[in-house]
Design a protein around this ligand. Structure first.
Ligand code: SAM
Length: 280
């Protein structure tokens, strides 16, 4: 008999994945954590019933979240990742020349343990001496940093979605965006994913409205990620200086998705997406 994982992308839509086996399942203090081996994309991490990352297409999300901001910034030395416990984002960030210090603030230590066990490709950089892992709520971490002089050049939020009552909800508030801005060096950049617009259009509107008020520049870009509902996935940036739509530095390593052309094209928004954005 076939096994299937069923994800509810919205109240009116379900996605089904044929799975070879369930590898791991537990309830942590923060969320339900599950690892399955899918027939289509290999190992996959599921948090609170939502597919987070799969071996088959993780490179798209991680490369686009890391390289678009980091290659638009003239000299990103200090990078903060909020969430990111599967390790895929820090792996890409650490490939960027000049990055000296990366802090990853992940709320759930079990996600990191599980990733180390079942996602060796994601976690291959977790022992890099430039990476410092802090187990704490990202919103609380930023509050506690309010008066520290060490700021960040780039802040990336690689969290679960804001919907529901999971820990990701604390990273989509106006207070959080204010703390992010305060934690950036002059000319700094922050990027957060703004979800799958066909199923959660309100996330893009909510984030752009707030970030557009707080940052001199608010920009949205997108990528196609087969794993996420509808295939189209959006990212929104708040910038204190750089225009993210133009890469200004090159990457001296191979990629599977990112190129300078893809970077520029990601900012070409169909009117459908433009209409969801609420900046003035
Ligand atoms: N790429 C995925 C996606 O968008 O579907 C998300 C990756 S998953 C690694 C997101 C991580 O964010 C989880 O490990 C989760 O524990 C963490 N997270 C959620 N809320 C958080 C918070 N408030 N502070 C820190 N980490 C958080």
């Amino acid at each position: 008999m076939s096994l299937w994982f069923v994800e509810s992308a919205s109240s009116g839509h379900k996605l089904e994945w044929k799975i070879r086996r369930e590898v791991y399942s537990t309830q942590s203090a923060f969320q339900h954590i599950r690892v399955v081996e899918t027939e289509q994309f290999g190992m996959a991490l599921i948090l609170d019933g939502i597919m987070q990352t799969t071996m088959g297409d993780e490179f798209i999300y991680h490369e686009m979240l890391a390289f678009v901001p980091l290659l638009s910034h003239p000299a990103p030395k200090r990078v903060l990742i909020i969430g990111g416990g599967d390790g895929g984002l820090s792996r890409e960030v650490l490939k960027v020349p000049g990055v000296e210090h990366v802090v990853m603030v992940e709320i759930d230590p079990i996600v990191v343990d599980v990733a180390k066990r079942y996602f060796p490709h994601h976690t291959e950089s977790l022992n890099d001496p430039r990476l410092h892992i802090v187990f704490e709520d990202g919103a609380a971490f930023l509050k506690s940093q309010a008066h520290t002089p060490e700021k960040f050049d780039v802040i990336l939020v690689d969290s679960t979605d804001p919907e529901g009552d999971g820990p990701g909800q604390f990273l989509y508030t106006s207070a959080f965006h204010a703390d992010v801005k305060n934690a950036l060096n002059p000319g700094g950049i922050y990027v957060q994913h703004t979800g799958a617009p066909f199923y959660n259009p309100e996330v893009l509107g909510m984030v752009t409205e707030d970030v557009g008020k707080k940052f001199p520049l608010c920009q949205t870009y997108w990528a196609t990620v087969p794993t996420y509902p509808g295939g189209i996935f959006t990212f929104t940036a708040g910038s204190l200086g750089p225009d993210l739509s133009q890469p200004i530095r090159a990457l001296p390593c191979e990629t599977q998705w990112y190129t300078p052309d893809i970077h520029r094209l990601a900012f070409a928004l169909p009117p459908y997406l433009q209409n969801l954005i609420r900046t003035e």
